[in-house]
Design a protein around this ligand. Sequence first.
Ligand SMILES: NCc1[nH]cc(CCC(=O)O)c1CC(=O)O
Length: 346
Amino acid sequence: MTHHERSADTAGRVFRATGPTPARPGLIRIGTRGSALAVAQTTTVGEAIAAATGAEVALVIVTTQGDTSRAPLSQLGGTGVFVSALRDALLAGECDVAVHSLKDLPTTPCPGIALGAVPVRADARDALCARDGLTLAELPEGARVGTGSPRRAAQLLARRPDLDVQDLRGNVDTRLGRVGADLDAVVLAAAGLDRIGREHAITERFSLADAPAAPGQGALAIEVREEDAALPPYAEALAALDDPEARACALAERALLAALEAGCAAPVGACAEVSGDVLRLRGAVYRLDGSGRLTAEGETLWGPGSDAETDGSAGGAGSEPLALGRAVAAELLERGAARLAPLGGA
Ligand SMILES: NCc1[nH]cc(CCC(=O)O)c1CC(=O)O
């Protein structure tokens, strides 16, 4: 058994560390959760970093409480539990870069840590994975559909009040395993299914216009220690990975969530897009049983030249996405979002 397990197709420059891995010049250590999804997405990031910098890249698996505990996420403090262990490892110098699903990041910034890059976004949509190839409209009356997300539950019930929505936890394969067993269908992020090669399980991708997804869904967040962000080899790696459009969309969606003072499990959907030099954002807040919803939208001029570099972050996202997110949230609040849905809490 060699010390490092090498993955086949990365020219030997991205490997999985099998224990504590000390820092050394020419090596970039990337912290990741150990789930199949996390390892798949971090491997892709690692390959891009190796290509951009010429460095060797080690994947350092960090086990989080969210992975080991069976307790409901709400009791562990929300999906933030997946994030904090990785951030601790970064601050403790056990890794140099951390890769997260952006939608799992709490909206409050973490002292000492910079959002270094938001790579090109994958499919932001939710996906129905049903037995026998069924779509949402084709599911039989009273069908059992699994999701742990109040937003997804409300969106399902808005279209199909007859459905029996069941709580769902566990990694992607665990959740898929229940389809055709005790559930007729589950709803998962399309991006996660695509990343681990389970796209064939998808029987319908919900349109973002009908069912805006969680803020940041389908996007990754690459974090580094603040003091490293402008230094080689990190600056080169982050510049190669960052997609200003994906960053702007994610920031607008997250600013909406933050301004609603909503937790990651609140029944809130948001969907931003760039077309030409316009950034557009649509937000929706749902009553938990799907019987009511509020939507608002707004747009702002946005482009690489417009007010860039004003927020001090790498990539120069500018302040327009944040202002847009806050404006759309303010409209939702003014129209009674806080009375419609429980926004607080994780
Ligand atoms: N809440 C857990 C989580 N965090 C990110 C993803 C999927 C990948 C992504 O959105 O980038 C998932 C699973 C899911 O919602 O199905």
